[in-house]
Design a binder for this molecule. Structure first.
Ligand code: FA5
Length: 342
């Protein structure tokens, strides 16, 4: 029996000297220490060993087992280091003359159109501002004249966090902070992602982009508002588009308007993209309510201003002829990678 342990010791010694990878070490471990391995098989022979030899035999199998465990651990440590070094060497060993993978990525169409509209407003003296997606109730609603329990809140149900904060429903949520930051006079646009708890269809998403704009100065009137809206749309589309202005209610503007664009998918005939009306609500706007100016720390006797909330995702639909708004959040690269952008 002692012969068996010493022959096994010799075999192991020879094999462990030859291992070259962590997989080989694992194989060896299973072969010797596994449930059906050599050590287990020796132990199972204990019952056939004469009583007077049992103790010595048991001890020598245990010693061998410990030795094997120790040598496997040492070999494993060495091999891991060696393998790391091999990986480093392989990474350094690349061929600089290989042809480059020149497949370029592309910008998301919303990024493309956002940058385009930002540039249009930048050239008209507006600054571009950023704002968080998680806001508090005050900024999203109260500071824009929508107190608690106001029915206008029903149109903008959203996702609330446990701490009472919420995902912003409109870019108007940034108005107060920007007014407080810069005071008047002020010209700023602030794009952002908005969230609403609503059913989706061809022109409604639960996650979409808007771009807010505000201009505050002495003697700002509806004529200024109309001028900037017209300029922006003719620059974006590079052609005349048919728009209509109709009264619209938003607690933060007075008077307020809905600016609709004639659907460019169906040419005004009516289709699913415009809910068969021939028109798409694109850019509500109006003269900033004096309360909102006051909350923003601006003297509403001296200053007036306009504000608009451009639906950027809908603008992208119209500009690129995308029939279903849900394409933009689909992650479908076949559709989305056609827009290179700058
Ligand atoms: C607002 O969000 C106002 N804060 C806009 C505003 C700003 C008015 C300043 C006056 C002054 P409204 O909920 O209508 O308004 O959304 C504005 C635009 O965002 C819509 O015209 C539309 O183009 C876009 N929009 C709104 N909801 C969705 C939606 N679920 N999916 C895609 N686009 C949307």
């Amino acid at each position: 029996m002692q012969d068996k342990t010493s022959s096994l010791r010799e075999t192991f010694k020879e094999l462990i000297g030859r291992v070259n990878s962590s997989e080989e070490i694992e194989k060896l471990r299973v072969e010797f220490l596994g449930k059906k391995g050599h050590i287990a098989s020796l132990m199972s022979q204990l019952k056939t060993v004469p009583n007077e030899e049992k103790k010595a035999f048991g001890q020598s199998v245990n010693e061998l087992k410990q030795k094997i465990e120790q040598q496997l651990a040492e070999a494993h440590e060495k091999i891991v280091k060696l393998e790391e070094q091999r990986q480093i060497n392989a990474a350094e060993d690349y061929d600089v003359s290989l042809p480059m993978n020149i497949e370029m990525g592309s910008y998301h169409p919303i990024t493309v159109i956002q940058r385009e509209v930002e540039e249009i407003f930048r050239t008209m003296g507006f600054t571009i501002e950023d704002f968080s997606e998680i806001v508090d109730d005050y900024n999203c609603f109260e500071a824009v004249n929508i107190p608690k329990y106001h029915p206008a809140r029903d149109m903008q149900d959203t996702y609330y966090l446990d701490n009472g904060q919420l995902l912003k429903t409109h870019t108007s949520a940034a108005q107060n902070s920007i007014m407080r930051k810069y005071g008047a006079p002020l010209r700023a646009v602030f794009p952002g992602r908005c969230f609403r708890n609503e059913s989706t269809d061809a022109c409604h998403e639960n996650t979409f982009f808007q771009m807010e704009g505000i201009m505050i100065d002495e003697d700002i009137s509806i004529s200024n508002l109309i001028y900037f809206m017209k300029t922006m749309l003719s620059e974006v589309f590079g052609q005349d588009v048919t728009v209509r202005l109709r009264p619209g209610f938003f607690p933060f503007v007075e008077p307020g308007f809905e600016l609709d664009i004639q659907c460019l998918i169906c040419g005004g005939e009516g289709c699913p993209s415009c809910k068969n009306s021939g028109w798409l609500e694109l850019c509500p706007c109006g003269m900033i309510h004096p309360n909102v100016l006051k909350y923003g720390g601006i003297d509403s006797e001296k200053y007036t201003g306009f504000a608009f909330g451009l639906g950027l995702t809908r603008l992208a639909m119209m500009k690129y002829g995308v029939k279903d708004i849900r394409v933009f959040n689909s992650g479908n690269l076949k559709a989305l990678s056609q827009f290179i952008g700058k």
